[in-house]
Design a protein around this ligand. Structure first.
Ligand SMILES: *Cc1c(COP(=O)(O)O)cnc(C)c1O
Ligand SMILES: [Zn+2]
Length: 405
């Protein structure tokens, strides 16, 4: 059996096919490209039993990943994160079976490690020596660290307001780190310029086809962890939307292999911050693409994306699974973040907290029905965002009495 069943790349907008043996960015029509696999051949060779005894990381699904040679894998042990029952929080919001897919325990502290692991590995396989990317922080941190491990040079541009720790992750990896007095779109334009002038590999969200392949493994893992019985609802904090597109792609590939049933697909929910909700607006207006969201602002920095290149794919995934898109304001998501820590001992990131807050609202409106199995993605560790928490505490002198709790 080949290590990977990758067959080619294709454009989801104009259907043009491309060979996967060369470096590729966007389709000539401007759309992102997606990877396709020879699922008919794989179906004959591969069963859920084939996964037994494989390492507990995302490379256990290598047949559905784009690497042809295992020697090119660049890994820090990412993947197979816990799918935890949230009993106390669930009963607080009236969802008996509430589960958290916890990406807070992955290398670099956010699920961006998945996209970076697969994206950097494939870039290495294709001979990339130097890459560039704009970021709101977490993606840049992950790509800088994985690129360091691969021996690839990375130029990263992020807003000055991006979480400080992500800046430091880039700096310590030796990346060419630059800050911009602006938003991720401004960083994107600067990267595009450098790509044009210096021929760097453009690792911007969806401008290369393999980051999404790494992120899709969240969908594969959720299915495997539930023993191939899919949940009713999956909530995902949506910025560029790569994770949501990836989860939907994973489900379709598993259905083509016959491992899950198409009519049992979960309803996919795109969760955004009220201060940056272009996908929610488009969904409410039944549009197939979003519009640029001016003056975007939210404490959930990873989902501050005013216009996503793959917006049409996010909306397609939401429509086709009869899901929805919903916005949560910062006060709500920060309150939920604290509640999750108090009730469950989990310090989730603000983006993850938004997904839980959305679950609460959707249960209140009965969009989530009683008895349904609900999975919320916590996309990163709360430890990366110390500024979202106030920690006022009395300072005592040695020998003072501790006041009662
Ligand atoms: C990037 C990011 C998101 C959004 O991911 P997309 O796949 O781009 O929508 C959510 N949460 C965190 C913590 C992130 O870093
Ligand atoms: Zn095209």
């Amino acid at each position: 059996m080949p290590f990977s069943y990758l067959s080619h790349l294709y454009c989801p907008k104009c259907q043009k096919p491309y060979a996967s043996t060369e470096i590729r960015q966007l389709c000539v029509c401007g759309s992102p490209l997606l990877a396709d696999y020879d699922l008919q051949a794989l179906k004959k060779e591969w069963t859920p039993g084939s996964l037994k005894g494989r390492s507990p990381d995302l490379w256990r699904y290598h047949e559905l990943l784009p690497l042809s040679d295992p020697g090119n894998i660049v890994t820090l042990g990412e993947g197979m994160t816990p799918l935890l029952p949230m009993k106390r929080l669930g009963s607080d919001m009236g969802i008996e079976r509430l589960l958290m897919k916890d990406e807070g325990v992955i290398p670099t502290g956010s699920f961006k490690a998945r996209g970076a692991a697969v994206g950097v590995s494939k870039a290495k396989e294709l001979g990339v020596k130097e890459l560039a990317m704009p970021t709101n922080g977490n993606a840049g941190a992950a790509w800088a660290l994985y690129a360091a491990r691969a021996g690839i040079r990375a130029s990263i541009v992020m807003p000055v307001e991006a979480p400080l720790i992500t800046r430091k992750e880039c700096a310590i990896s030796g990346a060419n780190l630059n800050l911009v007095n602006g938003l991720i779109g401004d960083a994107g334009k600067m990267v595009a310029q450098a790509v044009k002038e210096r021929g760097l590999f453009d690792a911007s969200t969806l401008k290369e086809p393999y980051r999404i392949e790494g992120k899709k493994t969240m969908g594969l893992e959720i299915a495997e962890q539930l023993n191939w019985r899919l949940p009713d609802v999956i909530l995902y904090p949506t910025g560029g939307g790569v994770g949501l597109i990836g989860i939907y792609k994973a489900l379709k590939e598993l259905a083509a292999l016959g491992w899950v049933q198409r009519d049992k697909f979960p309803r996919l929910v795109a969760v955004q911050a009220a201060g940056c909700a272009p996908i929610v607006k488009a969904w409410e207006e039944r549009k197939s693409e979003s519009e640029f969201w001016a003056d975007s602002r939210t404490a959930a920095f990873g989902i501050n994306v005013p216009k996503a290149l793959g917006d049409f794919l996010v909306l397609e995934a939401v429509y086709e699974t009869e899901g929805c898109a919903i916005a949560v304001d910062d006060a709500e998501l920060l309150e939920e973040q604290a509640r999750i820590a108090r009730l469950e001992g989990a310090f989730v990131c603000p983006e993850g907290a938004a997904a839980f807050s959305a679950a609460r609202k959707l249960r209140e409106s009965s969009w989530i029905k009683s008895g349904e199995t609900v999975v919320a993605l916590n996309t990163g560790s709360g430890i990366k965002y110390p500024d979202t928490v106030r920690a006022d505490a009395p300072v005592l002198n040695p020998g003072d009495r501790i006041p009662p709790a």
